[in-house]
Design a protein around this ligand. Structure first.
Ligand SMILES: [Zn+2]
Length: 312
C-alpha cells in the first residue's frame, strides 16, 4: 500500500466511518464502545478528523477506530475501509459487491440439513476435542459434509469440506440460514462461511422457547462456545463472530427481559474482542435496564469452550 493511499483513508470523514461501524453519532458525540458508557462520552473532532473518549481516553483517527472496533490488523482495516468507501488501493482490488443480494435459498438448505450425519472429522471435533454433549448436537440438528457443497441449488459459492453445518433457526424452529465451520487443514480457507449476502443472525434461538421465567441466559461469542455452554447445562445463545451488536439483537434482549425477566450472563473471552463484546453487551443491558453478570473463567483459559473441554 502506498503512503498517499493511507493518507486518503486517514482523510475519510471520521463521523462517516463511525457510522459505518455502527456507532450512533449525534452532535459530534456517540456512546463510547470502549468502556461501559451510558452518556455519550466519545467526541469527534471533525477539523482534526479524530475521536477521543474523555472517560477511558480511547482516541485516534479513522483507521485506528476501524482496527479497534473490528479487531482487524492495520492492513485488513485499511482494506475494509477502502471497500466500504470505494477507495481503490493499488495492491488491493475491492471485493466485488454482488449486484443484487439474494436471501438464502432456505428450501434447498433445508434439504441439506434434513438428515443430519456426522462424519469422522465432525465426531472428532465435536466429541473428542470439544466434548460437546451428543444430545446438544442432535437437538440442534448439526450435520456435516465431506465434499464441497454449494450454498445455493444452482452452484456458487460453496461450503468448504470437511465442514460442520450449523442450522440457524428462529424461535419457532423455522430454518433461517446455514453456517459452515471448516474442519480441514487447507490454508486460507475461511473458518466460518455463510451464503454471501446472507445476514449473520443469532445462533440457538430455539433455546429461548425452553427458557423459564427468571432463568439465566448465557451470551457467547461463537457457536462452539455456545455448544459448550449448552453441554454444561446452561441455556445459551451465540452472537457469532460479533464485532458489532445490531439494534435487532438489543431489541431481542429487551423482549426477553420484558417477557421472561431473563438475567443475562457472559464468560468474556480473554482477549480484546471478548472484552469489547462484554462492554457492548453491558452498554446494551444498561440501555434496556437488564442485568448482565460477568462470569470469570479460571486462570489460563481463553474461552469457555477451552475450559469445558479440559474438564471432563
Ligand atoms: Zn470510553
Amino acid at each position: 500500500m502506498e503512503r498517499y493511499e493511507i493518507d486518503k483513508l486517514r482523510a475519510l470523514p471520521i463521523e462517516g466511518v463511525a457510522d459505518r461501524l455502527g456507532l450512533k453519532v449525534k452532535k459530534h458525540k456517540a456512546l463510547c464502545p470502549f468502556h461501559a458508557d451510558s452518556h455519550p462520552s466519545l467526541s469527534f473532532h471533525v477539523g482534526h478528523n479524530t475521536y477521543k473518549c474523555f472517560v477511558c481516553d480511547a482516541h485516534g483517527g479513522p483507521i485506528d477506530l476501524s482496527m479497534k472496533l473490528t479487531g482487524k490488523s492495520f492492513i485488513e482495516a485499511c482494506k475494509w475501509l477502502a471497500d466500504e468507501h470505494n477507495v481503490i488501493l493499488t495492491e488491493w482490488k475491492p471485493a466485488e459487491k454482488p449486484k443484487k443480494e439474494y436471501p438464502p435459498d432456505v428450501e434447498y438448505l433445508g434439504r441439506l440439513v434434513a438428515h443430519p450425519v456426522l462424519n469422522a472429522d465432525a465426531r472428532r471435533f465435536l466429541f473428542e476435542e470439544r466434548r460437546i454433549h451428543p444430545a446438544v448436537v442432535q437437538w440442534l440438528g448439526i450435520t456435516s459434509i465431506s465434499v464441497a457443497t454449494p450454498c445455493w441449488r444452482n452452484g456458487k459459492p460453496y461450503y468448504d469440506a470437511p465442514s460442520l453445518l450449523f442450522p440457524y433457526r428462529d424461535r419457532n424452529g423455522r430454518l433461517m440460514n446455514v453456517q459452515s465451520r471448516y474442519l480441514g487443514r487447507k490454508e486460507g480457507v475461511p473458518r466460518f462461511r455463510f451464503p454471501s449476502g446472507a445476514e449473520c443472525r443469532i445462533y440457538g434461538l430455539q433455546v429461548l422457547e425452553r427458557l423459564k421465567t427468571g432463568e439465566g441466559l448465557w451470551l457467547s461469542e461463537g457457536v462452539t462456545d455456545c455448544l459448550a455452554l449448552l453441554s454444561s447445562g446452561r441455556k445459551a445463545i451465540a452472537i457469532p463472530g460479533a464485532t458489532l451488536l445490531k439494534p435487532e439483537d438489543v431489541k431481542l434482549l429487551a423482549s426477553l427481559r420484558e417477557e421472561k425477566k431473563t438475567v443475562f450472563h457472559i464468560f468474556p473471552d480473554k482477549d480484546e474482542a471478548g472484552e469489547r463484546l462484554y462492554r457492548q453487551l453491558l452498554n446494551a443491558a444498561n440501555e434496556i435496564g437488564a442485568c448482565l453478570i460477568k462470569d470469570e473463567l479460571p486462570e489460563g483459559y481463553k474461552d469457555f469452550g477451552q475450559w469445558w473441554a479440559s474438564q471432563i
